[in-house]
Design a protein around this ligand. Structure first.
Ligand SMILES: Nc1nc2c(c(=O)[nH]1)N[C@H]1C(S)=C(S)[C@@H](COP(=O)(O)OP(=O)(O)OC[C@H]3O[C@@H](n4cnc5c(=O)[nH]c(N)nc54)[C@H](O)[C@@H]3O)O[C@H]1N2
Ligand SMILES: Nc1nc2c(c(=O)[nH]1)N[C@H]1C(S)=C(S)[C@@H](COP(=O)(O)OP(=O)(O)OC[C@H]3O[C@@H](n4cnc5c(=O)[nH]c(N)nc54)[C@H](O)[C@@H]3O)O[C@H]1N2
Ligand code: SF4
Ligand SMILES: [Mo]
Length: 687
């Protein structure tokens, strides 16, 4: 039997076909607009049976033994009752807000986030926290503040594509296919990346920018485009506000003034600006290389402004605005008692910008546990995340999770985070769960992720765990649903779509015809109804109305003030196509199919530190030290290294976030720079 679904082994949400025999997943393949021989295949998806049926899967609830010596198996009734007892005890002792729910990025986006939000609001805590401050949500926020929503690059139909801090060949195969298709049709490909990725090698123009300095490049491009009058004057006149303020600020960032600081030449910057502004249509694929930097908000706001300035916004082959689906907001935020502030209260604009994501500054959770600021958090439920290795400053994060009175982890595997738990609830995989995903929530079109096989062992899908917890906490009428389908139908009701209808369409459905230039009929979803080059909202909050109007706000690189002792610039990190963040190193077919935990070092530096291929290297920052194997490579510049990402779960000695900091956070999104940091190298002396 071949069944349609969506893959959630990473956040790309590829539509897939799954082969199932006798309720067993046999194989899975991506669907694509490309002919089969041109399609990119994904090793993670190819390993789906190994992941789903891994002998290491958690298949029964586990409760920590009273003497702390490991876990004992338990039934769902006992485990859930234990969790509920803790919820109630902590509320009684410290108030409901002392309980937080932490969401990772794995497995469910968008629509299913409403479920724990609903549960926590009913319980009385505002603290459902995501990791948007380091992932794409900070960038989505910047798009929203500029033109009302996150634009999606329509690279397939573009004549010019800028891939800016993104590595689609490894991280988003649908986008990689669109790029290669456009390139075959003659599109110009520009890559802005401090590392020579496979995509950079294929590019017509590759700009090896200094990490963390993309905002300056965007401002210099704006400056050049305005100076040479290469902008779309009609669009700017009719649909934007604040052009004069932007012009005034951008004039402070001419190419000559910026070039040296960002390791590019003035000519490179000017050529880039001209090429982008004069080739139409043009789209910008922005990525996670821009996130995880303190000034991500202003950087990606400036990049968003480039799209509008050149008239590429919401045009075919440009960057297209979503057509939101009228979805019922089921979060019940109004049920929160009045006056309860979230632990992320210092970031009110970020908390409020999206109905979906809620509170996004992950680091505030650690402050609340350790420093008890703004008040103590005593219990955390971690769902679909592995914060002990994925959050910045792992030593501090681990200390916080170990200090909790109660930790509940909803997981598929025994992770570093799960090991610290009091109760572990075994989760079903994405092939065992029906849900709506990010690309299907509040966006057109939508795809349904279908349960194509039953849950393995006694694992439960996330939705079922949340609904059952809700009911046991006393919210029986608020969690009436006995299936994912019932809940999704309720969420989708305003759109007039049902799960059944989606399934009849092979799981994918475009709600309305794809439309461009929607701003001609309806205003942008910003306070002024226009694209905002200057944001009054931000200015009134005491923040720069135009990006970088107050300068860069210090060196963007972590530990830059200690660069004498730490002279090497570390780039985090390469995402391997075989793994997602900290996941899948326990799957032999993936682990053994390529490189291990390596650090890319330029041959000049290798000579300086007397390193040969595969030599173990110690990498130190002011926060700690780790070890990786040297890979001698010219993909990085001398003086910079690229560390591979996500190995901390496999071996704590390779845990990149042992090196990163969460001490200095951006004012708007609370993002700290865990992407680019100063460090030093030492050869490990082998016996
Ligand atoms: N230094 C540095 N730090 C980073 C990054 C970086 O590049 N460099 N990347 C950052 C980014 S962008 C992100 S998004 C975060 C990611 O941080 P996390 O969200 O913590 O990422 P994962 O390691 O993918 O952890 C997901 C966990 O969910 C489990 N899981 C998978 N499927 C399911 C399911 O269906 N249900 C449940 N309950 N659990 C499931 C997996 O087993 C895994 O342990 O890390 C961030 N941290
Ligand atoms: N295989 C795989 N796929 C994944 C994931 C995974 O872990 N593995 N994770 C998923 C998640 S959670 C996310 S958020 C996405 C992320 O996917 P992407 O957005 O593609 O992010 P990365 O691959 O981390 O980094 C993209 C590029 O940014 C570059 N870069 C680093 N620093 C800078 C900088 O300062 N400026 C610029 N211009 N570029 C920089 C890096 O060298 C890299 O080539 O991928 C998702 N898909
Ligand atoms: S890129 Fe691979 S792992 Fe990610 S969603 Fe697509 S098929 Fe799944
Ligand atoms: Mo992410």
């Amino acid at each position: 039997m071949i069944l349609d679904s969506v893959c959630r082994l990473c956040s790309s949400c590829c539509p897939i076909e799954v082969e199932v025999v006798d309720e067993r997943l046999i194989a899975a393949r991506r669907k694509s607009f490309l002919a089969p021989e041109k399609r990119l295949s994904c090793p993670k998806l190819a390993a789906a049976p190994d992941i789903v049926y891994s002998p290491l899967r958690l298949t029964t609830p586990l409760i920590k033994k009273d003497d702390g010596s490991g876990f004992r198996k338990a039934g769902w009734d006992e485990a859930l009752d234990r969790v509920v007892t803790r919820f109630l005890r902590h509320r009684e002792e410290y108030g409901a807000q002392s309980v937080a729910w932490l969401r990772g990025m794995a497995a469910d986006w968008g629509a299913p986030w409403d479920y724990p939000n609903r549960l926590m609001h009913l319980f009385g805590s505002p603290n459902t926290i995501g990791n948007g401050s380091i992932c794409f949500v900070a960038r989505e926020f910047a798009h929203s503040y500029t033109y009302g929503a996150m634009a999606f690059p329509e690279a397939k139909n573009a004549r010019c594509i800028i891939v800016w801090g993104k590595n689609d060949g490894n991280t988003a195969l649908g986008a990689a296919e669109a790029i290669s298709y456009a390139k075959e049709q003659g599109a110009t490909l520009i890559v802005i990346d401090p590392v020579q990725t496979a995509l950079a090698r294929k590019a017509d123009l590759w700009l090896q920018i200094k990490p963390g300095h993309d905002g300056l490049l965007a401002m210099a491009m704006i400056s050049q485009i305005i100076e040479e009058k290469l902008y779309d004057a009609e669009f700017v006149e009719k649909y934007t506000t604040g052009f004069e303020q932007l012009k005034e600020v951008a004039a402070r960032y001419p190419a000559e003034a910026v070039a040296e600081k960002i390791w590019l030449s003035a000519d490179q910057i000017r050529d880039l600006a001209r090429l982008y502004a004069t080739t139409k249509p043009s789209s910008i694929i922005d990525g996670n290389g821009l996130d995880m930097h303190r000034e991500v908000f202003d950087t990606t706001r400036a990049i968003a402004m480039l799209r509008a300035l050149t008239g590429n916004l919401d045009r075919p082959g440009g960057d297209v605005l979503p057509q939101p689906i009228p979805l019922r907001n089921i979060q019940l935020k109004d049920r929160l008692p009045a006056g309860v502030v979230p632990i992320t209260r210092d970031y009110p604009l970020f908390n409020a910008f999206s109905e979906t994501w809620g509170n996004q500054v992950q680091g505030c959770l650690i402050d609340a546990i350790l420093a008890e600021q703004p008040y103590p958090v005593k219990m955390v439920v971690v769902q679909t995340g592995n914060p002990v290795v994925t959050m910045a400053d792992s030593t501090r994060t681990r200390e916080a999770f170990a200090k909790l009175e109660t930790l509940v982890v909803i997981e598929m595997f025994m992770t570093e985070t799960a090991k610290l738990a009091d109760v572990i609830l075994p989760a079903a995989s994405c092939f065992e769960t029906t849900q709506l995903n990010r690309f299907s929530i509040r966006n057109n079109p939508m795809f349904l992720q279908n349960a194509v096989i039953p849950p393995v062992g006694d694992s439960w899908p996330n939705w079922r765990i949340v609904f059952e917890l809700g009911r046991r906490l006393g919210f029986v009428t608020e969690f009436p649903w006995q299936s994912a389908e019932e809940a999704i139908d309720y969420q989708l009701e305003p759109a007039g779509v049902t799960v059944e209808k989606l399934r009849r369409n092979g799981s994918g459905l475009r709600i309305e015809e794809l439309r461009y230039e929607k701003y001609r009929e309806a205003p942008f979803k910003t306070p002024s109804g226009r694209v905002e080059f200057f944001s009054r909202r931000l200015a009134e909050a005491g923040l720069p109305g135009v990006p970088f109007s107050e300068g860069l706000g210090g060196d963007p690189i972590s530990f830059a003030d200690q660069s004498e002792a730490y002279p090497i610039l570390g780039i985090s990190g390469s995402r391997d196509i075989r793994f997602t963040n900290s996941q899948f190193r326990t799957i032999p077919s993936l682990l053994n199919a390529g490189a291990g935990c390596v650090v890319d070092i330029h041959p000049e530096d290798a000579r300086r530190y007397d390193l040969k291929e595969n030599d173990p290297v110690r990498i130190e920052s002011p926060k700690g030290s780790i070890e990786m194997a040297a890979r001698i490579s010219t993909t990085v510049r001398p003086g910079t290294i690229r560390l591979s990402w996500g190995w901390g779960e496999h071996d704590l000695r390779g845990n990149l976030n042992t090196l990163t900091e969460d001490d200095r956070r951006g004012r708007v999104t609370g993002t700290s720079t865990s992407r680019s940091f100063m460090c030093r190298l030492r050869k490990v002396q082998q016996q």
